[in-house]
Design a protein around this ligand. Structure first.
Ligand code: GAL
Length: 428
């Protein structure tokens, strides 16, 4: 750098200017690189936790959330991996303050959101919140549009670890641009915040959201029913479609979706309805299938009132392990024979998980001759031929070893129920 003594002006030589540019650019890259590198780490496996919406809609408050957190700890949910506690729509006042900040509803959250987040953190868990990319949330509260950086700073100051971002009142926004703006606003805070995209699959997020968020919804809202679906009289789905678990399972081309799922980027089949009124068989199917699909596993029930059977199902570590498997491959439908569907998911170490699903209204007796089956996953280049690679079979719901693939599997599967097994190659 040269100093012009007469005028006392600092002048950069061309060399200094290029060095300056180089250092600034490298610093920027380093910063962006760090935040981007964190992305996969934040959701190496599908996120797990609880979300308030399915049971409570906008009727949420501090006491309820603290009760849920305490139950998640005492019932063992936290310890098997459900670590995010997410408050959905309805947490704020209908207007921003004079400075444009979002304001938590003081009647629902008298001690503010930071206090609640601190409580969640004190239990070794993480705290999540909801807003929307449009001008308002779906419940008519202030949306994030035009306030992205301001909101992100506020969330970070409260200790938010997870943001679910909805798609109501988006006007003429383009989804990938709108969600990218919010992602950048979250990055700019420097706080690792898991970003959960909720545009209901409307703009095929699997094609663009992998770079933007950690998970993206693929459907309209789930309801606690097996195969319900909201339709107009003319048979077309309503704009605010509600879907049963089987409808969500089958509404998209699984092969299209699954090639985009990987560490840090998951197809989200919606928060679970386990414990919300379906039969025990349907709950089992729902949980087993969400696990096999590597979907986020967000509890959607009133955890404080979970029955013993439901706790046992949702905390079944062997089923959770399929969901959280380090390979991070989403399962697929291998075979369908009338009401019997067989879904498969490659697991680490050459193992596989299989769900035998009876979608019919009667029980089905099955005899499955392993030796005549070779399962091929063309997308992720995995294959198993049971004739060549005999496996040990474990029934995950019963938590029992049930023989090997050397003999045909004979089982009776109740209506809407599932038999979920893992297959581990026998040592030679
Ligand atoms: C929907 C979303 C639901 C819930 C609700 C809140 O768009 O799919 O999961 O967040 O908005 O109003």
């Amino acid at each position: 750098m040269k100093t012009n003594s007469k005028k006392n002006i600092t002048v950069e030589t061309p060399l200094m200017a290029s060095l300056h540019f180089f250092f600034t650019f490298s610093l920027l890259l380093l910063f962006a690189g760090n935040t981007f590198a964190q992305k996969a780490d934040l959701a190496k496996t599908p996120p797990m936790g609880w979300n308030s919406w399915n049971t409570f809609a906008t009727n949420i408050n501090e006491e309820l959330v603290i009760g849920v957190v305490d139950s998640m700890v005492s019932m063992g949910f936290r310890d098997v991996g459900y670590n995010y506690v997410v408050i959905d729509d309805g947490w704020m006042l209908r207007e921003r303050d004079e400075e444009g900040n979002l304001v938590a509803d003081p009647e629902k959250f008298p001690n503010g959101i930071k206090h609640l987040a601190d409580y969640v953190h004190s239990k070794g868990m993480k705290f999540g919140i909801y807003n929307c990319a449009g001008t308002q949330t779906c419940g008519g509260y202030p949306g994030g549009r035009g306030h992205e950086y301001q909101d992100a700073r506020l969330y970070a100051s409260w200790g938010v670890d997870y943001l679910k971002y909805d798609w109501c009142y988006h006007g003429n926004l383009t989804s990938d641009a709108a969600y990218t703006t919010m992602r950048d606003a979250l990055y700019a805070t420097g706080r690792p915040i898991l970003f959960s995209i909720c545009e209901w699959g409307d703009t095929e997020p699997w094609f663009w959201a992998g770079e933007v968020g950690h998970a993206w919804r693929i459907s309209g809202d789930i309801y606690p029913c097996y195969d319900c679906e909201d339709r107009h009289d003319d048979g077309l789905p309503t704009q605010w479609s509600a879907w049963g678990v089987m409808k969500i399972l089958n509404m998209r081309n699984n092969d299209t979706l699954r090639r985009y799922a990987h560490a840090g980027a998951w197809n989200d089949f919606d928060m679970m309805e386990v414990g919300n009124g379906m039969t025990p068989a349907e709950d089992r199917t729902h949980f087993a299938m969400w696990s096999l699909l590597a979907s986020p596993l967000m509890l959607g029930n009133d955890v404080r009132k979970t029955s013993k059977e439901t706790i046992a199902l949702l905390t079944n570590k062997e089923i959770i392990a399929v969901n959280q498997d380090a390979l991070g491959i989403q399962g697929f439908k291998y075979l369908q024979d009338k009401n019997l569907e067989i879904w498969a998911k490659p697991l680490q170490g050459g193992a596989w998980a299989l769900c035998f699903l009876n979608t019919g209204n009667e029980s089905e007796k099955i005899t499955f001759n392993w030796n005549s089956h070779t399962i091929i996953d063309k997308i992720f280049n995995k294959e198993i031929s049971f004739a060549k690679t005999p496996c040990k079979i474990r029934d995950l719901c019963a938590k029992k070893d049930v023989g090997t693939t050397k003999k045909p599997l004979v089982a009776t599967i109740a209506s809407h129920d599932v038999l979920m097994v893992t297959l581990k190659p026998l040592k030679k």
